[in-house]
Design a protein around this ligand. Structure first.
Ligand code: TXA
Ligand code: MG
Length: 350
């Protein structure tokens, strides 16, 4: 069932459902989440079941912004290094998730049993309205300190950026709060703050430079972290860091403009112009000699509008029934890092 977020009664219904241990589809500025009370291990277990996600993959816990996220952080985190504090001040509420040491006995199932917890304070007004309603519990009712919410898709599939995407994948019995199409369109930037220095686990809309400027520290890459691991430190688990993830049904192939143009030229005349199209192309560069029986979609010239539409476009192209989606490789610049990462994973062999 889909409820409009502009109706205050919807917020109350969602808060009641969550308080009672149920799940809802929650809009955020990045992608839609599948949310449950992070303090209720039984409710959290239902998220893993609904997604088909292995129970040892940790989920992100979302907290209320009314005090800058601080009461949520104090509840779930055992300790906050100064650089993490600076990142919260700079980017919360917003698309940034921080991995922090977890307070023992709190949010155990949400954290997938890890000693750390991923915390994020989303900026979407509907998500915040629900979080605030849960935090300000009526007299005699315990507050809910955070919502565990991974992206509301089945494990390994493309993340949802509209209420209808969620409904098509996890409906019709799921209560979904419709807060419109997600502004940003790709998941939050994740920074591990448990290793003495900030480590980038997943790129998103907030760039490396922005992170480094906000906390005055060098941001380590996963590769640099790996180097540390070989010196005996343990690796964090992040399903967003598995090679193949975000995969549509069609096979996605990344090609630069020149390779794409050559491939199209070779196809010209060779493909049946009346059969159902079997190839879709998503490119920024203007291509010549595009055979008629190809589904062509233009990629925006900038990273932000591309991120905004990316998962939606992959779903749409997939729905045309094509076997192949050829995507032009995005520019090798920092602003495109989040989009590039999602496309590289969508195109990794399964
Ligand atoms: O934008 C987002 O972050 C969205 C919206 C709904 O907020 N959520 C999202 O959740 O992308 P999910 O579960 O699909 O991705 C969460 C990522 C996973 O890769 C998970 O493994 C990692 O965060 N993560 C969460 N807690 C962690 C922890 N304690 N240690 C390491 N990684 C963690
Ligand atoms: Mg996900």
């Amino acid at each position: 069932m889909i409820l409009s977020a502009s109706d205050p009664a919807s917020i109350a219904t969602c808060a009641d459902t969550l308080r009672a241990g149920g799940l809802i589809g929650l809009p955020t500025e990045t992608v839609y989440g599948l949310a449950a009370d992070a303090g209720n291990d039984v409710a959290v277990a239902q998220i893993f079941a609904a997604k088909g996600r292995p129970a040892d993959h940790p989920l992100i816990v979302h907290v209320s912004a009314h005090d800058g996220g601080m009461s949520g952080v104090a509840h779930f985190a055992a300790q906050v290094p100064p650089f993490a504090q600076q990142l919260m001040s700079a980017f919360w509420p917003g698309p940034l998730t921080l991995i922090l040491p977890r307070r023992e006995g709190v949010g155990t199932a949400a954290a997938g049993g890890q000693a750390s917890v991923g915390l994020r304070c989303p900026s979407h007004p509907a998500a915040q309205a629900v979080l605030r309603a849960l935090h300000d519990a009526p007299a005699g009712v315990a507050p809910v300190w955070g919502l565990a919410a991974p992206s509301a898709n089945r494990f390994g599939r493309v993340s949802p950026t509209t209420a209808l995407h969620v409904d098509s994948e996890l409906g019709p019995d799921l209560l979904i709060l419709d807060g419109g199409a997600c502004d940003l369109g790709i998941e939050s930037t994740i920074i591990d703050c448990t290793r003495g220095a900030p480590v980038l686990l997943r790129p998103g809309s907030i760039s490396r430079t922005q992170v480094e400027q906000a906390c005055g520290r060098k941001l380590l890459s996963k590769e640099e972290l790996l180097e540390q691991e070989t010196r005996g430190l343990e690796a964090p688990k992040a399903s967003g860091t598995l090679e193949s993830h975000y995969a549509p049904n069609a096979t996605v192939r990344l090609m630069d403009a020149k390779a794409l143009q050559t491939a199209l030229k070779m196809l010209d005349g060779a493909i049946d112009s009346v059969a159902r199209p079997s190839i879709a192309v998503y490119a920024r560069t203007l291509l010549k000699n595009v055979p008629r029986n190809i589904v062509l979609r233009n990629m925006p010239q900038y990273a932000a509008p591309t991120a905004h539409e990316l998962f939606s476009v992959l779903r749409e192209l997939d729905a045309t029934g094509v076997k192949l989606i050829w995507v032009e490789t995005p520019p090798d610049t920092q602003d495109w890092e989040g989009v590039r990462d999602r496309l590289q994973r969508a195109s990794a062999p399964t």
